[in-house]
Design a protein around this ligand. Structure first.
Ligand code: HEM
Length: 276
């Protein structure tokens, strides 16, 4: 994975906070900003946490911890070559800004192929967000060229803390998937709006992943990411490639109906339900 720490401007984060506040003020659910996502106490692993369906769309992930060794995690999906941009932020106020870097939660990003990077906190750059009159501190800005697939972001606490992880820079409305609607917990200002949650993937999203680099398919009303299965399928890669971007229910059943192993394999690639 290529990686580089960028000396990015504060502009995009300012812009998202400004837009976020306007959004809160007008009460609209149609975000044109870093959409706030509050990690729940049950989001203890990437698999349990929310999935940002397009990791290039801007999201502000808020994580609060009450003691050390707590874990909160989420996932973000990227196409190969996408920009993976991540910023680690805290409010520039007590007690957050009095914590030493070594007392702040650790953010680890794991690529689809399992390579992990611990985000290094190399700065404490102040910026003032004028709309909420809140001061923030950037502790890290990380950017890389993404591999295709799902990245995991795991945050492990060292003690009580509130942090924000900003992911993505495309300021358009994006979808997140999770089992339960998030309950807002106390976080730094601005107060997050409830996260827009949708109940599944669309067929349009499945069709947009019809290549061998990003191969999604539907079986029985669920969406699967079969990309990593293409070259492992005992029945040949061609059988899987032909399913990419399609509803593969009939093809799967005609070959593997009532077979345990194919059903288990399929299950391990499940992304979530297809929207009805
Ligand atoms: C989502 C799609 C699929 C998954 C997850 C899947 C999974 C599997 C698995 C796990 C096996 C090994 C079975 C075992 O060792 O007991 C297998 C074998 C095989 N699959 Fe698939 N498969 C899929 C689709 C297909 C399709 C569409 C075809 C054909 C059109 C196909 C043809 C075969 C063949 C020929 C074998 C070789 C062994 C056998 O005949 O059972 N598969 N598949």
């Amino acid at each position: 994975m290529q990686e580089a720490v960028v000396s990015g401007s504060v502009f995009s984060v300012r812009k998202f906070l400004a837009a976020l506040l306007i959004l809160v003020a007008i009460g609209s659910g149609d975000a044109q900003a870093h959409q706030p996502v509050v990690l729940l106490d049950t989001d203890t692993s990437a698999a349990k946490g929310p999935l940002l369906v397009d990791g290039t769309v801007s999201f502000a992930i808020r994580a609060s911890f009450t003691k050390k060794a707590q874990k909160k995690a989420f996932r973000g999906q990227f196409n190969a070559g996408d920009a993976l941009t991540v910023q680690y932020l805290i409010a520039d106020k007590k007690p957050e800004n009095t914590l030493l870097t070594s007392a702040l939660p650790v953010l680890v990003i794991t690529s689809p192929t399992g390579k992990s990077v611990t985000v290094k906190m190399t700065e404490r750059t102040k910026f003032h967000e004028p709309f909420s009159r809140t001061n923030y501190l950037y502790l890290a800005r990380y950017s890389a060229v993404a591999q295709g697939g799902i990245y995991s972001f795991t945050i492990t606490s060292k003690g009580k803390a509130h942090i924000t992880v900003a992911v993505g820079d495309k300021e358009i409305f994006g979808a997140i998937l999770r089992g339960a609607a998030p309950t807002p917990t106390p976080t730094p200002t601005p107060t997050p709006t409830p996260t827009p949650t949708i109940t599944g993937y669309t067929m349009a999203q499945v069709k947009a992943n019809s290549s061998t680099k990003n191969c999604w398919a539907v079986v029985d009303g669920y969406v699967y990411n079969l990309t990593n299965w293409i070259n492992s399928h005992p029945g040949g890669s061609g059988a899987i490639v032909s399913l990419c971007g399609t509803d593969a229910t009939a093809a799967f059943k005609s070959k593997h109906e009532n077979q345990n192993r194919p059903a288990q394999t399929l299950d391990s690639y499940k992304l979530g339900p297809l929207q009805k």
